[in-house]
Write a protein that binds this ligand. Structure first.
Ligand code: PLP
Length: 470
């Protein structure tokens, strides 16, 4: 065995200014958006937890998505799916990039109009649209993807009473695996997808334009989009035979982001996301569409896409603090954070990989540990809980992190999709959202206060309040 030469021990002076409440011993700045200079200062100013939106990242993701689905001879339209994240500032940035609005309810429709999205650039989806909502959508020239035979009758009546033709698409569904989204639209297997075309061909007040399919969310297999495209092409062929001209092929959203699904929701072995992923999905569609151009819009197909998470997930981060630490009965330790599933509901589906962004309140022991491993952080597996009084408020069962202590700052990346919109006003108020853009930091949603939560409540006078308002 080769012997190592003897090295004399040496004592190295470690420079620490003060180890106090705000001393920073270890900072992994690479984990926070590059626009952030001092994450601790942000939390002091805007409170913890805190959502960050990077304008640069959002614009970049939008452009990459559009580019991946751009082909000569095909017009590509992106209808950003509002339900994924309807922060008005975020929707405004995407509108500036050229996105249309894909909405599924009056609330989203009104938001899009309030941001000056023209009615003609709204795609109105969903399985429940009221007569009043249809009335507005027809008047303003929105594209309405109908979901049922009942909706066709209502739409025809509404358009007739307005003396207008309704711009109409049909949503179709097909079976693909055991979690197929057969709740929405017309079943292809039962023949309803053809029957709706036949019925439309007899309606005076319907202007048929689109065939639409959205088959799920976080679809990891491009084959699903090949199948969707082939079915839409088959239906466009049938539509042509019965005298209907299909202008638009709308393949919905559902494209994955770089988040990691929990194994029970993923394919065996785990799906892989990289810079070619979107191109694979695009090729799955284009391969068939390019051969069937003649069936759409007199040879100039309009390809409509309704991405949500693929555009916005990576544009947001959630910054949060460790508030307590305890030993687990079966080994290791847990930490309680000030952010939980109330504002990070996607933690039910994803294995987030939170990173230590800032180490506070360090002890000499931390430094010793750090030194022992040659300046590198040593990792432990930590159970991470949120602040709710429910055992199921668990963010991750085994996060690999350096020794974390109360006061440390943790960053969750890729949180832009379905967290803001599905967050709960439960036990905790919701955090502020900060936009990092060309003007530096701008608050785009204020931190909620307790009175925001009770603003709509009324106490009957007889129960003691003089003005009846709470
Ligand atoms: C009709 C429709 N389009 C688009 C989307 C966006 O999906 P994703 O965020 O998975 O891209 C959804 C989400 O469920 C949807 O229902």
């Amino acid at each position: 065995m080769k012997k190592e030469n003897y090295k004399a021990p040496s004592i190295e002076l470690i420079q620490i200014s003060t180890i106090g409440k705000h001393s920073i011993l270890n900072m992994d700045t690479s984990s926070v958006f590059e626009e952030v200079e001092d994450v601790e200062k942000l939390l002091i100013e805007y409170g913890s937890p805190l959502f960050l939106l990077s304008e640069n990242k959002l614009r970049e993701k939008y452009k990459l998505f559009k580019e991946a689905f751009t082909e000569e001879g095909i017009e590509t339209i992106i209808g950003y799916s509002y339900k994924t994240n309807y922060l008005p500032a975020l929707c405004s940035i995407l509108k500036e990039e050229g996105a249309w609005a894909e909405v599924v309810a009056d609330m989203e429709y009104k938001l899009a109009r309030s941001l000056n999205v023209p009615g003609s650039e709204i795609i109105f989806n969903g399985c429940y649209k009221t007569e009043a909502e249809l009335n507005k959508a027809v008047s303003e020239g929105a594209l309405i993807n109908i979901d049922s035979f009942d909706e066709l009758e209502l739409l025809d009546k509404v358009a007739g009473s307005l003396g207008k033709k309704a711009r109409t698409g049909i949503r179709v569904n097909f079976i693909m695996g055991n979690i197929s989204w057969t709740k929405f639209g017309f079943s292809h297997e039962t023949g309803e997808s053809k029957e709706i075309l036949e019925r439309i061909s007899k309606k005076k007040n319907i202007n048929f334009e689109a065939i639409h399919n959205h088959s799920g969310t976080f679809n990891v297999d491009p084959k699903m989009y090949s199948k969707s495209t082939r079915i839409i092409i088959e239906l466009a062929e049938y539509a042509k035979k019965i005298g209907l001209n299909t202008k638009i092929i709308d393949i919905g959203g559902g494209f994955p982001s770089s988040n990691k699904l929990k194994p029970q929701y993923d394919i065996p072995g785990g799906s892989k996301y990289n810079e070619n992923t979107l191109k694979q999905f695009s090729s799955a569609v284009m391969y068939y569409l390019k051969k069937a151009k003649h069936l759409f819009n007199n040879g100039k197909p309009i390809l409509m896409l309704e991405p949500g998470r693929a555009i916005v997930d990576e544009s947001m981060q959630l910054i949060s603090k460790v508030v307590s630490k305890k030993k687990n009965a079966n080994g290791g330790y847990s930490v309680v954070m000030d952010a939980g599933v109330n504002i990070l509901p996607t933690a039910y589906w994803y294995n987030f990989e939170p990173k230590l962004a800032n180490k506070m309140n360090g002890s000499a022991n931390d430094l010793n540990e750090k030194n022992k491993t040659n300046g590198k952080n040593y990792n432990e597996f930590v159970k991470m809980y949120g602040p709710l009084c429910m055992q199921i408020d668990s963010i991750n069962d085994a996060v690999s992190l350096p020794s974390v202590e109360v006061g440390d700052t943790i960053v969750f990346s890729n949180v832009g999709a379905y967290n803001i919109t599905q967050s709960m006003q439960f036990i905790q108020t919701r955090p502020a959202v900060l936009l990092l853009g060309p003007n530096g930091k701008e608050v785009i949603r204020k931190k909620e206060t307790w009175s925001d939560i009770f603003t709509l409540d009324i106490i009957p006078k007889r129960l003691g309040k003089s003005n009846g308002r709470y």
